[in-house]
Design a protein around this ligand. Sequence first.
Ligand SMILES: NCc1[nH]cc(CCC(=O)O)c1CC(=O)O
Length: 350
Amino acid sequence: MTDGIIPGDIPPTPGPPGQGPGAPGGGAHPGALRLGTRRSKLALAQSGLVAEAIRKATGRPVELVEITTYGDTSREQLAQIGGTGVFVTALRDAVLRGEVDLAVHSLKDLPTTQPEGLTLAAVPRREDPRDVLVARDGLTFAGLTADGPRPARIGTGSPRRMAQLNACAREHGTVIEAVPVRGNVDTRIGLVHSGELDAVVLAAAGLSRLGRLSEVTDFLSVDTVLPAPGQGALAVECAAWNAPLAAVLGELDDPYTRAAVTAERSLLGALEAGCSAPVGALADLLADGQIVKEMRLRGVVGTTDGTTLVQLSTTGPVPESHDQAVALGRELAAGMLAKGAAGLMGERAL
Ligand SMILES: NCc1[nH]cc(CCC(=O)O)c1CC(=O)O
């Protein structure tokens, strides 16, 4: 199903014709790039942002093509069949079959290895990578845990978030009750409004793209809660055979973001952790005034109860190639494994 979202200000010139078997054309908007997207509000928001950026950078019209996946029609099953993996696979299949020209994913939802046949054509500049709290009564994490006779009920199904929030609570001599939750952003925040939960943990980037940042009651410092590898970044993929399209989409690429997420995902891969393992990672740039000096990569892995965390960081020259970014991640993984990280990753909650 196509969704005609092409605004009137698109230059009439269509893109170059003849891009091979997946070439655009024949639809309502000849020459438009077909961007495959899930139908969730967040996916549509992310796809819309990328579509707009492509139009701006290239002048090419872009149309969104909604891909309905098994996971979209069968909510109950989703937790069982592996969460976001099903969505990623459905979008990728649509690209590989030539039904769409490109797809947009949340980078943190992608497996750490790039599949054959698909190119990561662009990693646009990343949004705020932090996790945030949406809590009742405008409370912060500290306020929540200090408030009331019983442990605060905090909604998150993420072992990474649980491990770090539990550790933080322990440090302050309090306890929280982490309550596994699933579902979209509306559902999760709804659990706070209904009083079922005291708070939920979400990614700032998702709320920002949905225009709901004003509902955040606490931005969690990355010194306390390291985000998921790749959190806040988007991945723009196209077929590997379509080098001309990859070159066009490459205009959206932010080399620093790409280097950072490459290092973070390399760490995750080298720890041989699944995408739902309790691994946090964040690479950032260390600057001296305006001059970028180094890239720092921080990592954490822990038990979900927060009793044990292995935290480590490393710095190195800003990577100038994919391999250098990968090496930074591997180096940190080796250090974390030497500190006992492997023993903490037995729990793989899906
Ligand atoms: N796991 C689901 C998911 N995948 C990407 C985002 C948010 C957007 C992002 O991190 O880029 C979310 C929701 C959340 O964690 O709150």
